[in-house]
Design a protein around this ligand. Structure first.
Ligand SMILES: Nc1ncnc2c1ncn2[C@@H]1O[C@H](COP(=O)(O)OP(=O)(O)OP(=O)(O)O)[C@@H](O)[C@H]1O
Length: 257
């Protein structure tokens, strides 16, 4: 039997006195597209970092305590072969003064270290991936000259270059215009169809979650809801997670208003 792409059992993370995740139970089948929604500070990025095996390395305000289990394709995250998982971090706070070219960033995803010299083969592969996400023209541009949306595309190409089986994206559409956002979902869906990959994506955009995800995880330190979008994006779940659901959005919510 195929192992789920992601499995968590009673998984908790505390940073000092603060509990960021409480007893999370989650099973994501391979090939799913899961949108993770929840308020600021709900533990969404912490959950992705747990899947990358990073939660213990991020001490800030005291010791990190972790309990419960996490499995990625049946393995503890630190035993997962590096090429199996691709990660697109939040780019909004990135320091872009680093004098790197877009192409070098993409090749760094192939090597998992900084490429001081790029081989012809690596260049070809990186250019092909940039082309795939509509960003070939950016290959020789400096990071400092890229817009937020352009930088997102470069990091998407970086995350896809090893053809991962699991793709983790932390708010990939933030700062991207509508055309760029539509392109992003098109690239993700095409990659999924081609490779049968699993996608977990943090988003604050409920409409995107409703239209593109096969399942939605509503998180507020604990799992508030997990299931098909039409079931989980309802007033009950969202008001439990957010405390209040505003009226200024166009999402047609399921459940009772
Ligand atoms: N290394 C750390 N040390 C201390 N506290 C941390 C650490 N990492 C995260 N936190 C805290 O844990 C909580 C959850 O953070 P996390 O980044 O997972 O939230 P999030 O749901 O991704 O939020 P946002 O939507 O604002 O990006 C926050 O209150 C954050 O300050």
């Amino acid at each position: 039997m195929t192992a789920p792409a992601v499995e968590m059992h009673a998984y908790s993370v505390s940073f000092g006195e603060f509990q960021a995740l409480q007893e999370v139970n989650l099973s994501v089948p391979q090939g799913a597209f899961v949108a993770i929604v929840g308020p600021n500070g709900a533990g969404k990025s912490t959950l992705l970092k747990a899947l990358l095996g990073l939660e213990r390395g991020l001490l800030r305000d005291g010791p990190t305590q972790v309990s419960g289990t996490v499995r990625v394709m049946g393995l503890p995250p630190r035993q997962v072969p590096p090429g199996w998982v691709g990660y697109v971090p939040q780019v909004k706070g990135f320091d872009r003064s680093f004098p790197a070219l877009a192409l070098e960033v993409v090749v760094s995803g192939l090597r998992r270290r900084w490429p001081f010299i790029i081989t012809a083969q690596e260049r070809k592969k990186a250019e092909a991936m940039l082309d795939k996400v509509g960003a070939l023209a950016l290959a020789n541009r400096r990071l400092g000259r890229l817009s937020g949306g352009e930088l997102q595309r470069v990091y998407l190409a970086r995350s896809l270059i090893r053809e991962p089986r699991l793709l983790l994206l932390d708010e990939p559409a933030t700062g991207v215009d509508v055309v760029g956002e539509a392109d992003l979902y098109r690239h993700l869906e095409a990659y999924q169809a081609e490779r049968g990959a699993t996608v977990l994506m943090i988003t604050h955009d409920w409409e995107a979650a409703q239209h593109h995800a096969s399942a939605v995880l509503v998180l507020n330190r604990r799992v508030v809801g997990y299931g098909p979008p039409e079931q989980v994006l309802c007033h009950e779940c969202l008001s439990q997670a957010f405390g209040h659901v505003g009226h200024g959005h166009n999402l047609v919510l399921g459940g009772r208003a």
